[in-house]
Design a protein around this ligand. Structure first.
Ligand SMILES: [Zn+2]
Ligand SMILES: [Zn+2]
Length: 197
């Protein structure tokens, strides 16, 4: 391979000298990480269209009867797509690294991919991965509407990390570089930061 341009679509960056050749650039890796952090939150939010229980999903029938409202249909579709994309890339990683794949659950799959992002960012299909993740994120955001902001918790507390902490499912927090913090650790760190400020 002679090209060392970042393989993400619409990105012309050449990874910095001395950096990995042929992988996603720093910026695209960060973008993918942010998407992986946000997707499970959106996935959960899309599970709760107003007034719907989580009973078995009805097949859509052509015609007018029992057709879900457009918003609910978009939510169901987006959830299905999100899960499928996360599961398929987790499958690529699991197979490539000969590791067991995580359970087919949005939070577990996203966390798995987040932890293996360095490996996946250097994979020959990294550009495709970046494009697909960006696509599902855009459609999930669209389906969820403007009401699901993912609040930033502040700068990552890992020494030397310039990432931003975002809430993860299960009460943890994580940054785009893959640092993860338990709630108890965060409290301790927040305390320490206050002391050093
Ligand atoms: Zn890039
Ligand atoms: Zn960090």
């Amino acid at each position: 391979m002679t090209t060392c341009r970042c393989p993400a679509p619409e990105c012309e960056k050449v990874p910095s000298p001395g950096g990995r050749v042929g992988g996603l650039c720093e910026g695209c890796r960060g973008k993918a990480a942010r998407a992986l952090i946000e997707l499970p939150t959106l996935y959960e939010a899309l599970a709760m269209p107003p007034g719907r229980s989580c009973g078995p999903r009805r097949e859509r029938v052509s015609g007018s009867r029992s057709r879900p409202a457009p918003m609910a249909a978009a939510a169901v579709e987006s959830r299905g797509e999100t899960l499928a994309v996360l599961a398929s890339w987790s499958g690529v990683v699991a197979e490539g690294r000969a590791e067991p794949a995580p359970p087919r659950e949005a939070g577990a799959l996203a966390a798995f991919l987040l932890r293996r992002l360095d490996w996946l960012g250097g994979h020959r299909a990294a550009g495709e991965f970046a494009a697909e993740i960006a696509g599902v994120l855009a459609r999930a955001r669209h389906a969820a509407g403007p009401a699901v902001p993912v609040a930033e918790l502040g700068p990552c507390v890992h020494p030397g990390c310039s990432g931003v902490l975002l809430p993860l499912p299960g009460g943890e927090a994580g940054c785009a570089a893959g640092h993860r913090w338990q709630p108890a650790q965060l409290l301790l760190l927040a305390h320490r930061l206050r002391l050093s400020a």
